[in-house]
Design a protein around this ligand. Structure first.
Ligand code: DP6
Length: 372
């Protein structure tokens, strides 16, 4: 039974809710979508609390597309907390998982102590078993940790009856996860406080705001990335003066311009800011010492193709952005999707060895042949 619970702007679904009882586990399943940053987060000022050096802005995908599904069960018969990711048991003592579990349990205790009515008190002290699966490649630069921690925090909150602002907890799992707690266009305000209480996600516009905006994901490689975001950004903070300049002098202005472009649905401004910010992020990776390379030859060919396509029409119809991996995320308006997909298919014919070219709106995934 799937019941949609897009509650107070959250773009997350919740599926089953068997009643808790003394001998039956309480089980909740939720899904959370990936978000794609158009103004990138790269660099922390506090590693433990995950506080960023700049604000960022992203678009949350539709929940039927790239997503994480997480089931959390609690039972008094469970001896310890445990977690399985994509079918494999992982170490629950990971500090980030522990932060999320601790914070949710703390809020649950607080609610109980505050004497909130209607609280299901059974299970508050029970151990949890967590199962989480992604429907896309993990750690290939497709923001898997964002959907993963957003889903984990939301599902735990459902199990323990916790409500309210949860993006500050998701942030402590993975920075970008705080943005997946909301649908539509979401900013993560960096905040100023040392305790991170003001470093939260906020919806800029809801998912209904720009209905003809489309996203195409071009999968250039589904391999695990060489340098993870966490360690990559750590090295960048330590060694790149371009990153410092970007955080202090470029992003603050760009955030204002991007919010304006989103609010006025100005595709040209949105697209140009998106491409420039992706390029500057990858430039900071190159400015990192030793340098980090996330883009590959296919990524660079996609960048050239987008610019050639836009030049051909004398207007910016398509934009690209790349996270910590070679896969391209393309933004465009609905009316240009069919033609642009044909252009991509022409230059990157579907791989005959099982490669797929899956088209499905509003998000499409294409598997590109690597040797073009
Ligand atoms: C390039 O959120 O994965 O995708 O906070 O260390 O878990 P941690 O990093 P993470 O970094 C994402 C970086 C990015 C840009 C972005 O999503 O803003």
């Amino acid at each position: 039974v799937v019941c949609e619970a897009v509650r107070d702007k959250r773009w997350i679904t919740r599926t089953a809710l068997p009643e808790d009882s003394m001998d039956k586990p309480n089980i909740v399943t939720c899904t959370a979508p990936v978000n794609i940053a158009v103004i990138k987060y790269w660099g922390k000022r506090n590693e433990d609390l995950i506080l960023p050096i700049n604000s960022s802005l992203s678009v949350t995908l539709h929940q039927d597309q790239l997503k994480t599904t997480t089931t959390v069960a609690t039972s008094r018969s469970f001896q310890e907390d445990r977690i399985w990711l994509n079918g494999k048991e992982e170490d629950i003592t990971h500090p980030r998982l522990q932060s999320c579990l601790r914070e949710i349990r703390r809020l649950a205790r607080k609610r109980r102590n505050d004497g909130e009515a209607g609280l299901n008190l059974t299970g508050m002290s029970h151990k949890v078993h967590i199962c989480s699966v992604n429907n896309f490649p993990t750690a290939a630069g497709l923001a898997s940790s964002a959907a993963g921690f957003a889903c984990l925090v939301y599902t735990l909150a459902q199990v323990f009856g916790v409500e309210g602002e949860l993006s500050g907890i998701a942030r402590q799992g993975s920075g970008s996860a705080c943005r997946s707690m909301y649908g539509g266009f979401v900013q993560w305000i960096m905040g100023k406080k040392d305790d991170g209480k003001d470093s939260l996600a906020q919806q800029v516009e809801p998912e209904t705001h720009w209905p003809d905006l489309r996203i195409l994901v071009l999968v250039a490689s589904a391999e695990r990335k060489q340098v993870g975001s966490t360690s990559g950004m750590q090295t960048s903070v330590q060694t790149s003066c371009l990153l410092k300049h970007r955080a202090e002098s470029v992003v603050p202005e760009r955030m204002v311009e991007m919010i304006e472009a989103v609010q006025t649905k100005d595709f040209t401004a949105f697209a140009e800011l998106t491409m420039k910010d992706s390029n500057q992020f990858h430039a900071t990776c190159l400015d990192t010492y030793p340098p980090i390379f996330y883009l590959n030859n296919v990524s660079r060919q996609v960048i050239n193709l987008v610019h050639r396509y836009n030049r051909h029409y004398g207007e910016t119809r398509v934009a690209y952005t790349f996270d910590a991996g070679p896969n391209a995320v393309i933004f465009m308006l609905q009316q240009h999707v069919t033609e642009f997909v044909q252009v991509v298919q022409h230059f990157f014919p579907p791989d005959t060895n099982g490669g797929q070219f899956i088209k499905g709106l509003p998000v499409s995934c294409a598997s590109l042949s690597k040797d073009l």
